[in-house]
Design a protein around this ligand. Structure first.
Ligand code: ARG
Length: 420
């Protein structure tokens, strides 16, 4: 193994599970796949044996195309931070496991973005590239999203663009990116692919593939003059997909926007565009005398974003509709006899929270696999098998509880000792 593989920065983000845990997760996944897709008992037995043999021989096994598609949808269904999971079955899964050349991956991602936007309806798609194996970590996309706006820190501390994109713009520039001669607030950053050898490659998104929507207000024309834009498709590209003990470190996926993401956070957050005061002024909202000026501005900005996307024929939802759809998802899961995972601080919208039914809903995040995570240090370390559906006697239950505790303890210890 060469030095790069030993200290591989992608490997350091991946879950570290023992061979036993990998076997457990593989078996549990195959059984869930069989249960939910109506697979024959004999076929399951055979598949289990095949996978166990492969894990024993090379510490790895390959998912069938159907297992991969089901696993990706299941990972979405299990992800406690997403409010849009009612649509989990509709995820379009594109098997890209044989594409490993960075140029070809970039090509595929441009096609993914284009297909996701489509005619504006926006289809949820995931492109799944090669998994990590015991002796190789494949090429990955390093950028958190495929489309991102640059941020620039000018002389005297003046900031142009998205504060979240300042570091990314510097990184891109250090790799040879030429920012526009006059940096603007909505310059699209190139995305970065780190190949299997650790080399980074920069890719520009061709003009025309990124659709941008000018934000205007239905009644107040002054907002348009601020020149605010947003892109149509959020395409998350830095999350690892984990299925049945196998990690896919490059599995970019997209959804469509909920207006609060853009209006209440991206454009409003102090650490992002920080535009509330300017927008309030443009809308003629009295900041000096109205203590609720920010609330009014946020609501009007949400109205503007919803209006602008609708006018452009691009799919978007509002937080009330999306909360209702989440309640339907919870009901659907409960009817199926499952406990849906939910992380309250992520599910409750940043706008009109208590007026949305999700605010009043008790939630628990089971951190069940399959799932998506960013890194084992951040969120991947908590992922585990959900055994609440297994039929076990109390001794078996006790055994699993202790073993899970032991594994947690070991993980925490490794974390403290920096054994990343
Ligand atoms: N919040 C992120 C953004 O504003 C996107 C996260 C995923 N959102 C989605 N609707 N699928 O860009």
């Amino acid at each position: 193994m060469d030095d790069y593989l030993k200290a591989n920065p992608v490997r350091r983000r991946l879950r570290r599970i023992s061979a036993g845990e990998r076997r457990d997760e593989a078996l549990a996944f195959l059984r869930q796949f069989a249960r939910e897709t109506g697979m024959e008992a004999a076929a399951l037995k055979q598949r289990e044996a095949e996978v166990m043999a492969s894990l024993k021989a090379r510490g790895h096994y390959d998912h069938s195309a159907d297992e991969l598609a089901f696993g990706a949808r299941l990972a979405w269904r299990n992800h406690g931070r997403c409010i849009g999971r009612l649509r989990w079955k509709s995820l379009e899964v594109v098997d890209c496991r044989t594409i490993s050349d960075p140029d070809a991956m970039a090509q595929r991602m441009i096609a993914h973005l284009d297909a996701a936007h489509g005619d504006g309806q926006i289809t949820s798609i995931i492109s799944i590239f090669a998994p990590a194996t015991p002796d190789a970590v494949p090429a990955v996309i390093e950028s958190p999203q495929l489309v991102q706006y640059a941020g620039y820190l000018g002389d005297g501390g003046h900031i142009t663009g998205d504060r979240l994109g300042i570091e990314a713009a510097r990184t891109a520039a250090s790799l040879g990116w030429q920012p526009p001669a006059r940096p603007g607030p909505h310059d699209i950053l190139p995305f970065i692919i780190r190949d299997a050898g650790g080399q980074r490659h920069l890719y520009e998104l061709p003009p025309g593939v990124v659709r941008q929507i000018a934000i205007t207000h239905p009644e107040r024309p002054a907002l348009k003059a601020l020149g605010i834009h947003w892109y149509s498709v959020p395409l998350i590209s830095n999350m690892v997909l984990t299925i049945g003990g196998i990690d896919y470190p490059c599995a970019p996926f997209n959804g469509h926007y909920m207006a609060t993401e853009i209006a209440s956070r991206n454009l409003a957050d102090i650490r992002r565009y920080d535009l509330l005061p300017a927008i309030a002024d443009a809308l003629g909202i009295d900041r000096a005398h109205d203590p609720l000026w920010a609330d009014v501005t946020l609501t009007e900005l949400n109205r503007a974003v919803l209006h602008s996307f609708a006018a452009a024929g691009v799919a978007i939802t509002d937080h009330h509709a999306e909360s209702a759809s989440y309640m339907a998802f919870v009901m659907q899961e409960q009817r199926a006899g499952r406990v849906p995972s939910g992380e309250w601080s992520w599910i409750v919208p940043p706008q009109a929270s208590a007026a949305c039914p999700v605010f009043h809903l008790p939630m628990v995040n089971l951190h069940a696999v399959p799932n998506f995570y960013v890194s084992r240090q951040l969120d991947g370390g908590q992922l585990r098998l959900d055994r609440s559906h297994d039929r076990m006697n109390r001794w078996q239950r006790r055994f699993h509880r202790w073993r899970d505790r032991w594994r947690d303890w070991r993980r925490r210890r490794d974390h403290l000792w920096q054994r990343h």
